[in-house]
Write a protein that binds this ligand. Structure first.
Ligand code: B16
Ligand code: MG
Length: 224
């Protein structure tokens, strides 16, 4: 039997706001400098994957993984990030996805802890731009943690509140992110395409289409 939910862990890119176009444009900018043409299929592949691992995936796919030292790879990710941050200039509360504020307010009213479980080191900067940092009781620091699909980011949030994972749920848009939630033992809510996120426990096409009746049964531990 499921238990009452005490904490909800949110992914950032693809759930709260949309930054994957900017991530991809910045990767294309870097790839061009490296003589690589980045196919559009990479956008999906890199969702939820850390900055350095994303670079490794791109280089490996183009047989260039041994062309750079670790130091050079870090420098390349710095170039990508600088460009990415420029593309985020002008991000404001208008960039919060529809339905997100309603959901955050609903959870706060129901005394549920809110955590941010993003792979992005830019999360504090983005939350500030969106002006929604005040909703979150805890922001997981992804530095030093294994990337999704490893469960580390979600487990860290549960540990922070001293909660067992069956009292937490995660909300994610990425294939690797849903796997990370499942690997942590939490119930997973997917945001996006049901066929792509078929391994999630529940999927909504976007946050604005969340079914609050069903969601309440999940929070009350009465789902499944
Ligand atoms: P950064 P999420 C992820 O955000 C993005 O989906 C992924 O494309 C990006 O590489 C990763 O953050 C790291 O981001 O370069 O800003 O540290 O979906 O986990 O919120
Ligand atoms: Mg995401």
């Amino acid at each position: 039997m499921s238990k009452k939910i005490k904490c909800v862990i949110f992914d950032l890119d693809g759930v709260i706001t949309e930054t994957s176009d900017q991530h991809f444009e910045a990767w294309q900018h870097l790839a061009k400098q490296l003589g690589i043409t980045l196919e559009p299929s990479f956008e999906e592949k890199l969702k939820g994957i850390s900055r350095l691992e994303s670079l490794e995936i791109i280089l490996k796919e183009h047989n260039k993984q041994d062309d750079y030292t670790d130091k050079e790879k870090t420098e390349l990710t710095d170039i990508k990030n600088e460009y990415y941050r420029k593309l985020l200039q002008g991000f404001t509360e208008k960039n919060i996805n529809q339905g997100v504020i309603r959901l955050l307010e609903y959870l706060k009213t129901n005394n549920i802890f809110l955590a941010l479980g993003s792979a992005s080191k830019n999360s504090p900067f983005i939350l500030e731009a969106l002006q929604i940092g005040q909703y979150f009781d805890y922001i997981v620091n992804p530095v030093g943690k294994r990337s999704k699909p490893a469960p580390d980011i979600f487990l860290d949030a549960a540990q922070h509140f001293n909660l067992s994972t069956d009292t937490c749920i995660g909300i994610e848009d990425a294939v690797a992110g849903i796997s990370a939630i499942n690997n942590s033992g939490m119930l997973s809510i997917g945001i996006g395409d049901k066929t792509i996120l078929s391994h999630a426990d529940v999927v909504y096409q976007d946050v604005a289409h969340l079914d609050y009746n069903e969601f309440k049964t999940i929070l009350d531990g009465e789902y499944l």
